[in-house]
Design a protein around this ligand. Structure first.
Ligand SMILES: CC(C)(COP(=O)(O)OP(=O)(O)OC[C@H]1O[C@@H](n2cnc3c(N)ncnc32)[C@H](O)[C@@H]1OP(=O)(O)O)[C@@H](O)C(=O)NCCC(=O)NCCS
Length: 162
């Protein structure tokens, strides 16, 4: 029998999501080469971001999340802390794993981790075409559209506590 789900639970959107594990790592972790490879594939190869901008100084101090499926990194983001604000960036899900809920799981994991670490709010520079993805997660657009690495972006913010 299928029991109704409790309010806080959600049925996995796909078998891949159900089998996905998210891990929190630092820049020195051995998984980082696969994280960088995925980021390069998505931003540099798919989206044309200049290679020299993809990895920056913030990577060293950031907390990185890796979504793992069958041992492979299929999604990632990083969290950079600026005092009481956490900034999420370098969000990427591999092309064959998109629209299965993995991006949302990564964002929810990141928000929970940032909140546990005492952050008051999360900010991010959303690619203009991806802003609906973040809106669905409670982020609010702020300010004018700007260009970064040749791609239109808009800042978005979500408060974690008053
Ligand atoms: C944007 C991205 C991270 C989303 O990851 P994903 O795993 O495909 O997203 P999910 O499956 O968790 O989607 C969650 C919801 O957002 C929606 N969504 C996903 N990508 C979207 C987009 N680009 N625009 C609008 N809505 C989007 C989904 O349809 C889904 O809605 P639903 O729950 O009503 O079905 C992924 O598509 C990606 O890596 N794209 C290329 C790189 C990129 O654009 N990065 C963003 C940098 S700001």
């Amino acid at each position: 029998m299928n029991w109704p789900l409790a309010k806080t639970e959600r049925a996995p959107k796909s078998q891949e999501l159900a089998l996905t594990t998210i891990v929190k790592i630092r820049a020195t972790d051995q998984l980082m080469s696969a994280v960088y490879a995925l980021r390069r594939q998505v931003s540099v190869i798919e989206q044309g971001v200049p290679e020299d901008l993809e990895v920056d100084e913030n990577d060293k101090a950031a907390t990185h999340l890796a979504a793992l499926s069958d041992g492979h990194v299929i999604g990632t983001l990083r969290i950079v802390r600026h005092e009481r604000t956490a900034q999420i960036g370098r969000m990427a899900v591999s092309a064959h794993s998109r629209k299965k809920g993995i991006g949302r799981e990564l964002m929810e994991f990141a928000a929970a981790a940032a909140s546990r670490d005492g952050a008051q709010e999360i900010i991010l520079a959303a690619q203009f075409t991806a802003r609906e993805f973040y809106k669905q997660l409670g982020y609010i657009e702020e300010g004018a559209v700007f260009d970064e690495a040749g791609i239109s972006h808009v800042m978005m913010r979500k408060r974690l506590r008053p």
